[in-house]
Design a binder for this molecule. Sequence first.
Ligand SMILES: [Zn+2]
Ligand SMILES: [Zn+2]
Length: 355
Amino acid sequence: MYETAAWAKTSKESEFKKINIQRNLPGPKDVTFDVLYCGICHTDLHFANDELGLTSYPVVPGHELAGVVTSVGTDVTSIKVGDNVGMGAIVDCCGSCIQCTEGEENYCTKGFTLAFNYPIVHGGLKSHTGYTLGGYCQTMTVNEKFIVKIPENYPLEAAGPIFCAGVTMYSPLAHWNALAGGKKVGIVGIGGLGQMGIRLAKAMGNEVTAISTSPAKKNDALAIGADTFIVSVDSESLASAENSLDLILNTTSVPIEISIYLTMLRKDGSFVQLGNVTSSNNIDQLPFIMKRISLSGSFAGGTLDTQKCMDFCAKHNIIPSTKLVKAHQINEVYETLQEKNDQIIRYVLDIKASL
Ligand SMILES: [Zn+2]
Ligand SMILES: [Zn+2]
């Protein structure tokens, strides 16, 4: 094990402070990189503040890492020292189930390991705490498989959100055949996920409808590529989109009345749930028969889609809106995010400036 600096909360009530953590010594298949930037995602807050009752302390959040490789193991073939790389939410998996072998570790049947606050089970990582410690840190060591290559010309500080929000949107767009364009895609919720969904769906050549409860989001949504804007709490606005969409990606994690959205689907359309909602939903089943529509879900993305999403974003110049902050501002940023969950701007921790 080697020691590296990290920013952690040591209890539910404490503020973030700098501590030293242990990382595993790089094995033959491992890549070590200096973390230069780490996006601050809303999931970080849920765990750091123990909103789910699952948090072990000290907690080092962060699953949107970007930086520069400092060493590689003897068996590493695709990455070299000096490369710009990143890492997203998944840092280990069983490696042998069909999903893992096909690069869809996000559906690993034996369970993936997430970047922080997740028990170490598969043995690809080691930790002195018994659970993973995330990206608010100086260095990271992880198996080559979970490393994303960031193209040379892509701004490193903006890459982190691609591995979280980006791939969470890219993966369902690819799966439901929007990659080649020509579809009518609705994106519900214009926050961190939604903005990436609009940009990606548009760049793929689809017609994009942004759907929000807040009319104030209209200008932002149109500015980043939406063709149409629908206010989901306005019945007239909703009616104008009736039977118009092939695919609806719901990024919100608040309970919504799904039946309302099904009216917007045309024949053979799909409604795809992306945000985690814990309450149940009463859904009228008639539209499924009458329009042959589907209700589905999708979780994040595997290593294959993450790299494809990164390369697509670089090719099409899709760059998430970010704001750099230093470690001493984390508490402040958390307070801001706590008040409002749907910021288009992603706060990104500038690690080097914080050390
Ligand atoms: Zn995230
Ligand atoms: Zn697996």
